[in-house]
Design a protein around this ligand. Sequence first.
Ligand SMILES: [Zn+2]
Ligand SMILES: [Zn+2]
Length: 709
Amino acid sequence: MLSFVRVAIDQPAAVAASAGTGDGLYDYRWTGGAIEVGQFVLVPFGARTLVGLVVEINDTAMVDAERIRDVVARVDGLSPMSADWLALTRFAASYYHRPLGEVALPSLPVPLRDASRYALSDPSEDGVSCSATLPSIARAIKRSAKLAAAAVPADAGKEAVALNPMQAAALGAILEARDSPATLKPLLLYGITGSGKTEVYLRAIAEVVAAKRQALVLVPEINLTPQLAETFRCGLPGARIGTLHSGHAAGERLHQWVLAHEGQVDVLLGTRLAVLASLPRLGLIVVDEEHDASYKQQEGLRYSARDLAIVRARQGLAGQAIPVVLASATPSMESWAHVESGRYRKLVLTERAVPEASLPTIRLVPTQRVEALHGLTEPLRLAIADRIARHEPVLVFHNRRGYAPVLACGSCGWLSACPRCSVNAVFHKSDRNLHCHHCGWQHRVPRACPECGNVDLSAVGRGTQRVEESLRALFPDARVARIDRDSTRRKGSAASLLDAVHLGDLDILVGTQMLAKGHDFRNVTLVCVLDADSALYSHDFRAAERLFSNLMQVAGRAGRGGARSRGAEVLIQTRSPEHPLFEALLAHDFDRFAATQLADRKAAGLPPFSHQAVLRAEAPRASDAIAFLAAARTEGMAILDAMRVDRGVELYDPVPMSVARVANVERAQLLIEARARPALHAFLDAWLGALQGRRPRLRWHVEIDPLDI
Ligand SMILES: [Zn+2]
Ligand SMILES: [Zn+2]
């Protein structure tokens, strides 16, 4: 039987292939047996063969019948992608203004979209139909038994922890939401650190799994928290738990993906990319630490996994919405505003789950006109010595890695800089190299100043390596370790450092925000923050939100251990103790902080009270990038004029990015701001179409809802 299939392919529309529709979809002829929407096919594309996804089937050719080519083979051995999944990727394509093929295909594991890995069958009698299979898919499906075997037996007889009344109420609300899809709102599970949010959503997941549905749990980071999968296994006896994250090798990721897709996984635990996983029986989505910036993809399709999770839950399963739970101790301003407007429902946990565990006391330690030894003021030194004597581990938070942010020459003023970027090169003492944290450039530290020959170069400022060294000098008998991206390159090394804290094998752990990512330290009673100031006066309107959340998370590591945690303290060194942000922080009052933030943003017309996009251009010469954006702006203004009504869309002047040059590429951007989302997207549709038509000779992209501008 002859039919015409419309196929999504991950290729720019400009490349001539089979007849295309201009939106990244291409038509092919299919004369084999049955074929369904959602099936994969191998198709010719130029001189190559590519994997594509069937998104439509027609009886007649819809475009340019002359140029239509034949499907090479239909992929067998894999269930078709569901209509729900296709609807989700269609939404993402339209919202982020990208062709469907460039959204749907890249979300799949690499081997699945690599045509060269497929084995082709001989054409059947009719001479046309041909099928392709991927041997590793069959292997993955065979492995499902292994996954089931890894589950903790359902009758493990583990005593369930009793929920406190607030936890029980939150759980009740989630289950009630599940049972009334018509009135379902996204749920914001807002609980202070240590209030047992995980226990609440684990119980909800257990109910969902018992009803033969799947749960998707998104977390910011899996590699850092290997105990997480263990917590899930123990908390969900009998459940088959899959994981999906970028740390998997390609083959393992394929296996996990296929098992989730074939319904062999009950709970899928993953990082942001898992939001686009195929889950045919999906019944619940949880986004843990929903405020975390890592949910925003920073390249390719620049999506927000949290926002897509909301959409996915609303689209639901076969047209019926499913609950989505956003969990956080410091929710994003976006989610908070949705609660205030009534679009989301807030579930609150205000007590620590471990009996008698109390919130730590937060104290500010002013650094102006105070002498500091190795960057530590006396109150910090005394407090650390005191905890070491009591065998209670101390966490020292410093959000800057390396030894010193810059090397300087005292006689001529030379500063170490990356030759490829417009930033300083950071001095790392561990390998005596200068490192660029933006492009990865490394170079041996010069013996003398390259400008004037002065041999006396000084390290200015401090990073975690220097803090570690200082602590060793100040506390020579203490066992000190450091956790940051440099010290944890080896797989599992982060986990073993964190374990050492749990076991009491460490006295002091120095680290970046890796320290703060949800670890449940029962024995930590002191957290020190060396420098909170750099973020206080940032020009980025989200800096305060990020700092507050970071400090709350770090502070939340202290005092989780029941009665012994009384007296737990957080000491924050700052030059600006009078800053309004601290007032709310000292009171552990996120509500007050959020109210102030939102009032400020509303007054300034900033998100979430406006909607933003940025158009970015990259070129070897800054003037080319700016010129492209300036021309784009002129064109945009004309389009806005032609739309005639005042839609409240504003185009700002093009400006270089705050770090303008990275790896010898100059980057500039233009901010688009709108009062209403529909107006923004209507404008972008028209504008981006026009820009594509001009085929500019530089790299450019648009980002919707940017986090950094
Ligand atoms: Zn010099
Ligand atoms: Zn660089």
